[in-house]
Write a protein that binds this ligand. Sequence first.
Ligand code: B1M
Length: 213
Amino acid sequence: MGNPQEFIYTAILEGDETAVSEQVEKAIQLGIPAGVILNETLIPAMAEVGELFEKGEYFVPEMLVAARAMKAGLFILKPLLVESKNDTHGKIAIGTVKGDLHDIGKNLVAIMLEGAGFEVVDLGVDVPAERFIQVVEEEHVDIIAMSALLTTTMVNIEKTMQMIQEKGIRDQVKIMVGGAPLTKEYAIGIGADGFASDASQAAKTAIFLMSKK
Ligand code: B1M
């Protein structure tokens, strides 16, 4: 018999949502920490899905079912990853920018931010600049967190920042950005206040930005 982590890995590659749920439950029962299941199994399995897509062995439908399977696992892990919400650090609106439908990384960042004590307003995917502006104006969020997974949608982070500047509300909000194609240099270049390469780093970055408000 293999261990549940091997089963989870294979089940994500096969897009088998039910098997992922069952094996994640089993791994938890065996005492494997949620962070280990996430970082050593779910995330590497998705990385392999990306590699198979690049090699032309997987196509969009396979990526889609793998993503659904990963989400099923994340759903079970979420309560274990979000530990305490008692100490509210501030309010953050998070979204994947316009034109971009990738939400697993963004969801993971939202989970970690909640776990770090932030009130999180999740705007979803394909979020236009106007919607980010609306939450700054109407919900007075402290931080806007923008995610982009495609080189073609990174530009919409810059466009959103430009529109926030033009609206005259840039000094009301801190802006942090992230997503696989982004770099710290890019974030500095476009004038973002913060960048994080992964979800736990994102929570640290947000706490740091609140200390600068
Ligand atoms: Co797409 N896709 N996809 N895809 N997809 C990638 C991103 C790609 C790298 C695959 C590849 O070629 N290897 C490639 C992008 C190439 C590029 O631009 N450089 C790609 C492509 C090309 C496409 C399409 C264009 C394919 C097509 O239609 N021909 C299309 C675009 C659709 C669109 O968005 N308009 C497309 C579609 C899809 C699906 C819908 C099928 C599905 C997404 C389903 C979903 O999210 N609900 C999908 C998937 C699953 C992937 C891969 C395989 C996995 C992404 C993922 O969830 N990773 C991906 C390949 C890969 O990443 N290796 C790929 C796991 C996740 C935990 O990691 O999202 O990186 P990640 O998030 C990390 C960090 O980046 C960071 O923290 C997270 C946690 O550690 N982070 C932040 C993310 N946001 C942050 C924000 C922050 C801070 C940190 O602060 C605000």
